[in-house]
Write a protein that binds this ligand. Structure first.
Ligand SMILES: [Zn+2]
Length: 161
């Protein structure tokens, strides 16, 4: 039992997060952010690490990610300050970013977050896009099948208020 407990502690302390995209990582910067073959001018904003994996599984996306850590949900007491939004804005402000894809769940909370991100990022000279329809309304990204999600990434649309 003691050994088991120690191994859990070890496991937990060994989980690191990428300082750039907040995805899970073995090192300070994850393998996607540090891959020079990826296009760092396109940032795909997702809610969680499972969503990074879901988009990666489509093999349709060659940009980088930014994990928010959730969506804005007043009912659950989650506001913008609880999410990795400041660091996203910093990244955009630094320059070099051409497009931010808001690949969030098509739920009310996802829509609220899209709108908030739009308000925060629209002042910078970037393209803000959302996933194309095909991801059914109410769907959580991580449960969307690869083909549908791959199509939605490729056919993304400029965000409209
Ligand atoms: Zn990263």
């Amino acid at each position: 039992m003691k050994k088991f407990g120690e191994s859990i502690i070890k496991l937990r302390s060994e989980i690191n997060y990428c300082k750039s995209c907040h995805s899970i990582s073995d090192s300070e910067t994850c393998s996607i952010c540090s891959d020079s073959g990826r296009d760092s001018s396109i940032i795909c904003v997702v809610e969680n690490i499972q969503d990074v994996m879901a988009v990666e599984n489509t093999r349709q996306f060659r940009g980088i990610y930014h994990v928010l850590g959730g969506v804005i949900s007043p009912v659950d007491g989650i506001g913008p300050a609880d999410l990795w939004i400041d660091s996203l804005e910093e990244k955009v402000k630094e320059g070099g970013v051409k497009e931010v894809i808001m690949a969030l769940s098509t739920t009310m909370e996802g829509d609220t977050t899209n709108f908030y991100l739009y308000r925060r990022l629209n002042k910078y000279n970037i393209l803000l896009t959302t996933l194309a329809r095909g991801v059914a309304v109410g769907d959580e990204l991580e449960y969307t099948d690869e083909i549908t999600l791959g199509r939605a990434i490729n056919n993304r649309n400029p965000y409209q208020q």
